[in-house]
Design a binder for this molecule. Structure first.
Ligand SMILES: [Zn+2]
Length: 438
């Protein structure tokens, strides 16, 4: 048995009564066995967290790790031209070694910044490479091959037939869903309505349900997208998907910035998860999702950084801070208070991934996914309410230690699963290769 003791920290448990305790967290063979009491004096592994916050690892329920090498190469565009002129040509130009470099860079940034679990939309090809990189990095990841069997201006390299897209997705799910003791899972990922035929959307919904996997797509991000969906498919985006069966507690919709009144009711009734991506929605000028209203209606909401080319960071704390600030001008100063924002980044994400019983809080029986945050920093001092510090002041660079599944993947700010210098060098080399092809 491998025992890890994280001792002496201020533990922000996020348990049902939201207890904040001082003491130890004990993780044995990947699961939490004690929270708050003194752990064993001798353990195989120990982290002294005195003076630090110990929090559940952040969950980002919408990211694109393959896009990381397009960071800074797709600025100042709106969604559809951003996709057609920059992102799709970039994804079409990726070889397997480029995908590996992009995903390693993303996982390194995510883990070092305190994000322990992601829902990741890959690209059309090389999905095994995405899984392999996530496996090596040690992150908890639900990943899906991006499905694209329709649409305007899709480059040849991303085009696929409906049958091939469905068959490859199912084969990947068989290979990877539940791998690494459940740390890796498959999430079926039709890109968005405008990239997918109705036949594909209908069938992938059945396949995902049959295999017990989540369904992950984008919906109602941009007004032009919503207009084209209405014109081509004869209905509003979220309701169109719901009509095909793609709504429910196993469905994750990124963005949902422009819902109709009826669609809000659909989201509530079906308990579909919405992923709020504040940086991305601001940078692509998409709008501001009605998150405060979603929460008041009882709609499930999680957070995500989306991809590096629309953010340009993958910093979960930055998304937390933005989410906490963005809704106040319209909703008043108490809109999305710090503790509620922190719930979205932990429990909300866990629920979106279908992992509410496994992660999202520090409780006995859950997986050992936790983060030690150093608050002895100029921009955090003095000590205040922990949620206030975490949402309004803490940055990714304040993360000191990160544990996933009981394994220490970041210690003293240093990645232990990946060589940071090598990751950066490979990312730069891959970007040069991509530039040569574009
Ligand atoms: Zn996205």
């Amino acid at each position: 048995m491998t025992t890890l003791v994280v001792s002496g920290g201020t533990i922000v448990t996020m348990d049902p009564t939201r207890r904040v305790l001082t003491g130890d967290v004990v993780v044995e063979d990947g699961r939490i066995t004690a929270v708050g009491q003194a752990g064993p004096a001798t353990a195989a592994q120990a982290i002294d967290a005195s003076g630090c916050l110990v929090i559940p690892g952040l969950v980002q329920a919408h990211v694109h790790t393959v896009q990381t090498l397009a960071r800074g190469h797709a600025d100042d565009l709106e969604l559809l031209p951003w996709l057609r002129e920059r992102i799709w040509p970039y994804e079409a130009a990726l070889g397997p070694e480029d995908v590996e470099a992009a995903v390693e860079l993303a996982c390194a940034e995510l883990l070092a910044g305190g994000t322990t679990a992601i829902l990741d939309m890959g690209t059309v090809r090389h999905t095994d490479v995405v899984f392999e990189a996530a496996r090596r990095a040690g992150i908890r990841a639900t990943i899906g091959k991006c499905m694209m069997d329709a649409g305007d201006a899709v480059p040849q390299g991303l085009r696929e037939t409906t049958r091939a897209s469905l068959d490859e997705s199912e084969a990947l799910a068989r290979r990877w869903h539940g791998a690494q003791g459940g740390r890796l899972r498959y999430g079926f990922a039709p890109r968005f309505v405008l990239s997918c035929t109705e036949g594909l959307l209908r069938e992938v919904t059945h396949t995902a349900r049959r295999m017990g996997c989540v369904l992950h797509t984008h919906a109602s991000e941009n007004p032009t997208e919503c207009q084209v969906v209405r014109r081509e498919r004869g209905g509003d985006n979220i309701d169109y998907l719901a009509g095909l069966g793609m709504a429910g507690a196993d469905v994750v919709l990124a963005h949902c910035v422009w819902p109709s009144e009826a669609e809000k009711e659909t989201l509530r009734r079906t308990q579909t998860s919405v992923v709020h991506c504040p940086s991305s929605n601001l940078k692509l000028a998409s709008g501001i999702a009605p998150v405060v209203e979603y929460l008041a209606r009882g709609i499930r909401v999680a957070l995500g950084a989306d991809g590096a080319p629309c953010n340009n960071e993958l910093d979960g704390f930055l998304e937390l801070r933005l989410a906490g600030l963005l809704h106040k001008p319209a909703g008043g100063p108490t809109a999305l208070p710090a503790r509620q924002a922190f719930e979205l980044a932990t429990l909300g994400g866990a629920r979106a991934l279908g992992l509410a019983d496994e992660i999202g809080s520090l409780e006995v029986g859950k997986r050992g996914d936790l983060v030690v945050v150093d608050v002895d920093r100029l921009h955090v001092v003095p000590t205040a309410d922990p949620y206030s510090m975490l949402v309004y002041a803490v940055r990714a660079s304040d993360v000191r230690d990160v544990v996933v599944d009981g394994r220490v993947v970041v210690r003293g700010g240093e990645l232990s699963t990946l060589d940071q210098g090598a990751v950066i060098a490979r990312a730069r080399a891959a970007r040069q290769r991509i530039d040569g092809r574009l």
